[in-house]
Design a protein around this ligand. Structure first.
Ligand code: FUB
Ligand code: ZN
Length: 649
């Protein structure tokens, strides 16, 4: 799907990129072979697909799950469709078709589709946008349909989604009902739908929803004023009446406060990133997509400002965002607690979505860099090595009581993770016909065959990333094509060396891209190497919880220490400034990991007798060997405590 006319670059289509990579192969295979099947079983067991069946059978009542459970089926369909972009799998194809047929059969004649309302409150559609997620589910249906259409060419689900989008278009907008979704998602989906159908009204509607948010009075405020009387009020969500859930999120001192859903002021006036993190990142994904279609400096400045605020003051070192549990969201600058971190897997995914759109819009490597950080850390930790266990919440420190689960009542994260993994190929490369440039944004082994400004190019990327700082790109197309090869150089990389066909070349990389303009043809080889240092990171002094503490990062990977590797509690481990940190690849550990080791120190509680406090000079410390593994790999062995941030010594 092309980016819009105002984008600097467009990500390569999924079908043009076949991943073949030491690090990712096993993970993608597990996603295909285990995760997708496991999730389908969950959807069968937890009532999600049964809800659709009941609608098809004309039943009433009996809805199961959270009000947005339809979206899990749609996300699963999207993930499964991406799998088909690169792999033939007749069984999966058949299963997908069955689910599509079920969904199509459940759709009302006028295009409406939402199993909660169809089963429980058929006369009360659109009454409660703040909490009942109708537009959110519609958005996920549209995303699934676009993915299906892009990867298989089938229009079955696209017809369903367009029918529903048309109904929504008749229902909302400047000449119809004013309304904004309580959870963003429809906006970014409508832009995708516009791009496959060329129907301008979908783009107009997306723009309407983007700008309708944050107005005074907010349509959501009206709903909150009557929240006990409107649709969904009595629906019990997670043991709470939905009306009370809505109150908790949208009222402060009994007054409407839309910040939870970024509805506190128009985006153009928003200075800081606020509220629920998935809502925020999906919203700004839509905004960045919209800007690819329609120029709007004020909107661009706003979305850039919010990105700056997030990345410089409200983001974990893992790229995770949303530090607070109650509202699953952002709080204040530098408020980044470790144990109580929320950092929902979906929010990391939302940030990756947003950054891909921002990259396409600007061509700025900073966005590709943040995708890398989030992908390898805050996101990847969300999926267990086995592929059938998931984190919803991603703390940076635990006492040993936080473990992946096979499913959740609110199961937004697992299928979200599956769809991101299955579409990883979309995040690696981009092209700009206008600048005749190919961007290599991520170091992931892959075979690529694509078009650039009307010419066919193909190449293979080979790399041992993230373990080593090197990559080779070898072109395979027979007819020479002249273009600008732009390869990202990570911000932390040093000693950067580049060769073309074995000859060193001087290449400028001020803007974090090596740029080589020449004619490329079969056998031409570009090689990039850079140092892959272990960095001992520390945080801004205003991050109170980790003031003075240190974390290990090697290349793009943030490391952590786990109880299973230590004889003393991990929270006691201290890394002296003088400690040398060694990196060693261990092929047997969790399918192969580079482990970091260092001589550390730990104070010994046995030597404190009955004392609670004592002079610092009297404290005795023991030598202790520190073993750190990548954060993404934690909680895959014996359960126990974990921390990213170590004590200084
Ligand atoms: O509300 C739908 C999804 O459920 C949100 O995006 C997640 O944060 C979870 O609350
Ligand atoms: Zn989630």
């Amino acid at each position: 799907m092309p980016a819009g006319p105002r984008a600097t670059a467009e990500s390569l289509p999924l079908g043009d990129v076949e991943i073949d990579d030491e690090f990712w192969n096993a993970r993608l295979e597990t996603n295909r072979e285990v995760t997708i099947a496991h999730q389908y079983e969950q959807l069968q067991e937890n009532g999600c697909l049964e809800n659709f069946r009941r609608v098809v059978d004309g039943e009433t009542g009996g809805f199961e799950g959270p009000m947005f459970i339809d979206s899990d089926a749609y996300k699963w369909l999207e993930a499964a469709s991406y799998v088909l972009a690169c792999d033939d799998d007749p069984d999966l194809e058949e299963r997908i078709q069955e689910v599509i047929d079920l969904i199509a059969a459940a759709q009302a004649e006028d295009g409406y589709l939402n199993t909660y309302f169809m089963l429980e409150e058929p006369e009360r559609r659109w009454e409660n946008l703040s909490i009942m997620h109708e537009l959110y589910c519609a958005g996920h249906l549209i995303e699934a349909a676009v993915a299906q259409n892009n990867t298989t060419g089938s229009e079955d689900l696209l017809d369903v989604a367009s029918g529903f989008a048309d109904l929504i278009d008749r229902q909302f907008g400047p000449d119809a009902d004013s309304g904004v979704p309580g959870h963003q998602e429809i906006e970014l989906a409508l832009i995708k739908l516009y791009r496959v159908t060329d129907e301008e009204r979908y783009l107009d509607l997306a723009e309407y929803f983007v700008d309708a948010r944050g107005q005074d009075p907010s349509p959501l405020a009206d709903e909150l004023a009557n929240i006990d009387q409107i649709a969904g009020a009595e629906f019990v969500h997670h043991g709470e009446r939905s009306a009370d859930v809505a109150r908790k999120h949208f009222l402060v001192d009994h007054e409407y406060d839309g910040s939870y859903a970024q509805d506190h002021r128009p985006i153009r006036e928003q200075e800081t990133i606020e509220g629920h993190a998935v809502r925020a990142t999906y919203y700004y994904t839509a905004v960045a997509s919209l800007l690819q279609e329609r120029a709007d400096n004020e909107l661009f400045e706003a979305v850039t400002r919010l990105w700056e605020n997030m990345t410089t003051k409200r983001m974990y070192v893992t790229g995770g965002v949303g530090s607070e549990h109650e509202h699953e969201g952002f709080t204040e600058d530098y408020d980044l607690p470790n144990q109580t971190a929320y950092a929902e897997t979906c929010a990391a995914i939302g940030s990756i979505f947003w950054n891909r759109r921002l990259f396409e819009l600007t061509g700025d490597a900073a966005h590709a860099e943040l995708i890398e950080r989030t992908l390898y850390n805050g996101f990847l930790a969300g999926i267990g090595v086995s592929g059938d266990r998931f984190f919803y919440v991603n703390p940076l420190e635990t006492m040993g009581d936080h473990h992946r689960k096979e499913w959740f009542y609110v199961a937004c994260c697992p299928p979200n993770a599956a769809r991101l993994l299955a579409s990883l190929g979309r995040y690696l490369y981009a092209r700009s016909d206008a600048e005749n440039a190919l961007y290599v944004n991520q170091f992931v082994g892959s075979d690529v065959a694509t078009e650039l400004d009307g010419e066919t190019i193909s190449f293979t990327q080979s790399t041992n990333y993230p373990w080593e700082g090197e990559t080779t790109i070898e072109f395979t197309h027979e007819d020479p094509v002249a273009f600008d090869l732009r390869v990202r150089v990570p911000e932390w990389a040093d000693d950067v060396d580049t060769t073309v066909n074995g000859e060193p070349i001087e290449a400028d990389h001020d803007n974090r891209y090596i740029s080589i303009k020449r004619s490329w043809t079969a056998g031409d080889q570009f090689r990039l190497t850079f140092s892959h240092p272990v960095d001992v990171l520390t945080a801004h002094p205003k991050v109170r919880e980790i003031a003075g503490r240190v974390a290990l990062r090697r290349g793009p990977l943030v490391y952590c220490v786990e109880a299973v590797d230590h004889s003393v509690p991990v929270e006691h481990l201290a890394l002296p400034a003088s400690a040398a940190v060694e990196a060693k690849y261990d092929a047997d550990l969790l399918d192969g990991l580079t482990v970091l080791t260092a001589d550390g120190r730990a104070s010994d509680p046995d030597k404190w007798a009955e004392l609670l406090y004592r002079p610092r000079d009297d404290v005795e410390e023991n030598d202790v060997a520190i073993t750190a593994i990548p954060y993404f790999a934690w909680d895959n062995r014996e359960p126990g405590a974990m921390t990213v941030w170590l004590q200084p010594a």
